[in-house]
Ligand binder design. Sequence first.
Ligand SMILES: *Cc1c(COP(=O)(O)O)cnc(C)c1O
Length: 370
Amino acid sequence: MVKRYEKINPPHRILMGPGPSNVPAPVMAALGAPVVGHLDPAFLAVMEEVQEMLRAVMRTENMLTIPVSGTGSAAMEAALVNVLEPGDGALICVNGVFGERMCDIAGRCGAEVRRVDAPWGSPVDPGAVRKELDGFKAKVVAAVHAETSTGVLQPLEDLSKAAHERGALFLADAVTSLAGAPVEVDRWGIDVCYSGTQKCLSCPPGLAPITFGPRAMEVLTKRKTKVRSWYLDMTMILKYWGPDRAYHHTAPISMIYALREALRVVLEEGLEKRWERHLRVHEFLVRGLGKLGLSMLVEKPYRAPMINTVVIPEGVNDLDVRRRLLGEYSLEIGGGLGVLKGKVWRIGIMGDSCTEENVGILLGALRKLL
Ligand SMILES: *Cc1c(COP(=O)(O)O)cnc(C)c1O
């Protein structure tokens, strides 16, 4: 017997986890647009627009501003592998899963890794970073802006200053924060910044915006060794995204269409308006959770609006609640990771998922289930 497969038919979900977020109709429609060649003039025009709009959304003039072919982790790897050579010092701020991941990647690049830790749920102290830099020659200082595993929004400007005082590059992970809270690449002096498509940009997962500033470009051009990843070598990828238009790898055409539309939707709403919406809906959510007697993991000044960690009350079954939310309400929220497993829920209000209506549905459901 030959197995027969039905046509694919995934359910409609309200996505309020740590990503992906719900994708708006114009972005879904762009995925169905005709595929053309990666050197077709029509596609080159789309690439230009994507770069222009990415610069606007990332608030940068950086020439090297492109989407990496891969998810956020690919951009994290691209950021580190292009900057680091074996033996270089890397100082990584760690207060959750994604800081840990940076340490892992930097180690694989052959770097000497030092870390400055903060408890999960708290920001990293720039004073501790300065102190560590006193006795350590770092080529790069790296931090996560919105730590999706804990819900902390790390202030970046002081860390950036600390890095530059010691002649190090400053690298920031804005995977979850970009387009949901201010990310000012040029104004904050971020030398390398990357994101992902499936969080506040509300595009399916599969691409990861990245930008390299002038100091990072200089580091790139002065490398003594080849970048240890062929696929993520920016000096080669730049030949395709730059004026040469030389083939490196086939661009994921349909995903780049989708990102182009997602960026258009973001700019049509207005970046500032979008930040305000995330903050407003976040406040609405926190008030509602408070009325249900639930408390937040993170202190108020450090809460990332788009990813909210809520303490699971004593006696409540984490998995059971999440299973019922999905089964009865078709609504997804995230569980805790690492040391927070079973201790918190992670409620994402990212991009298109970030509405008072969705929060109302979630609060109503929690009221019944708890
Ligand atoms: C989601 C996320 C990543 C990784 O992105 P993937 O798309 O899952 O590879 C990296 N950093 C942060 C802060 C994230 O939230």
